[in-house]
Design a protein around this ligand. Sequence first.
Ligand code: IFM
Length: 443
Amino acid sequence: MAFTRKDFPEDFIFGAATAAYQIEGSQFGGAGRSHWDTFAKGPHNVIRAEDGATACDHYNRFEEDLDIMKAGNFDAYRFSTSWSRVLPEGKGQINQTGLDFYDRLTDSILERGLKPFLTLYHWDLPAALADLGGWKNPDIHNWFGDFAEIIDQKIGDRMASIATINEPWCVSYLSHMLGHHAPGLRDIRAAARSMHHALKAHGEAITRLRSRGRDNLGIVLNFEYAHPKSNSKDDIKAAAIQDALYNRWFIEAMSKGCYPQEALAGLEPHLPEHWQDDLKTHIHQPLDWLGVNYYTRSLVAHASNDPCWPHLSTSNGPLPQTQMGWEIYPEGLEYFLSTLKENYIGELPIYVTENGMAWDDTLKNGHCDDALRKEFIHKHLEAQKESLRKGVNLKGFFYWSLLDNFEWAFGYEKRFGMVHVDFETQKRTPKDSFYMLQNMLER
Ligand code: IFM
C-alpha cells in the first residue's frame, strides 16, 4: 500500500461496514422472521437455500468482532438494525431483548473508540409486513417512521451518523422488477411503487428524527456505471435509461424534487396516485450527508427482441472481474463522486459507505493471501484521492465488508470480508488486506 493516513485529510474517516441480516444470525432472542428468512426457503431463491439463521453469529460474538475493528486501527464501524429483531411483527409490540442488543452493541463500539455509523434499514423487512404488501403498501412510510423513532430513542443520541435506508434501488427495483432479492417479484407496478415508497419512507424518517433534534442524517445509495455497449444511438439511449433507473431516480428526487424523464417514461403509469405531492411533502428535503456504495460498471445494450420496457440488457466488458463476476472499474467511483458534486449535492459531505470485492479466499496454514483485494482497495483509494483533489467533499471510506458473510441470493459462497470466517467453527482470521489497512491506518 503506497498510502498512509497522511495522504488523506486529517478528519477523513476509515471504517468497515456490515449489515444485521448478513452477520447477526436471525430468528432467536425474541426476533420475528424477516422476509429474507422466508424468501430463502423458496425454490432456487438462494444458493443451496442458505439463510441468515446463524450467519457469523455476530449477535453472540460482537465483542470479538469489535476487538478486530479496533486492532485494525479503524475509526468507524457501520452497522444496521434489524427491524424484525426489534419489532417482531413489524409494528406494535417491541422485543426489548432485541432493542437491548443494539444498546450493548453501541456501548461496545464506543468503548473501543470507534464512531458508530448506523443504517436503520438494510433489507431485512419483517415478514409480517411483507405479508401486508411490504414496500408496495402505501402505509409503509408510517411503519418505517415508527421503527426509526424507536431505534432513535434507544441509541440515536450516541450515533456519529444515521442513514435511513441502504441502497433503495436494491430494496425496490432489484427485488420487485428483476426478482433477484426478497420478495422476488418481477412486476413493474410493484417496482414503481416500491421505488416511490422507499423514498417516502426515507423522508418520513428524516422528518421524524429531525424533530427529535438529529443533524447527522443521510441515506446510502448504490451507483453502477452504465456504459453503452456500442456507439449506436440505440445503445446510448438504453444506457441513459439504465442510468436514470439505477443512478438518478433516488438522488434526483431527493435533491431536485423530480424523477428523471427517461425512467418516468416507463414507470409513471404504475406510480401511486398523488406521487408528485409526496415529492414535495416527504422526499425533496435536505440531507446532512450522502453515502455512496460503488462496486462496478455494466455495459448496456438496446434489446430489440425484449417486448417489455425498458428494452435493455446489461453485460460485462473485458476488464478483470471479481468473484461476483463484476468488472473492476475504479474510474466509475471517481465519475460518480464528481457527478454527484456537480449535478446534485454540491458541498454536501459524502462518504463512500461501501466498496470492496468478493474472492474465493482460502486459508493456507492459517493465513489468507488476498493480493487482488489489496490491489482493489488501493485502486479505489486512488480514485478517492483524485476526487478529493478535484474538490469533492469526501469525508470517509468504509470497506465492505468487515467479515465474510451471508451474501443474499449467493448465500455464503461469495467472500467480501477482510476477515475470513470459517462458517463451521466461526473462527475469524484476518486476511492480508486487513493487515495492509491496519498498517496504513496506524497513527
Ligand atoms: O453484500 C452487499 C450489501 O448488503 C449491500 N451492498 C452490496 C454488497 C455486496 O453485494
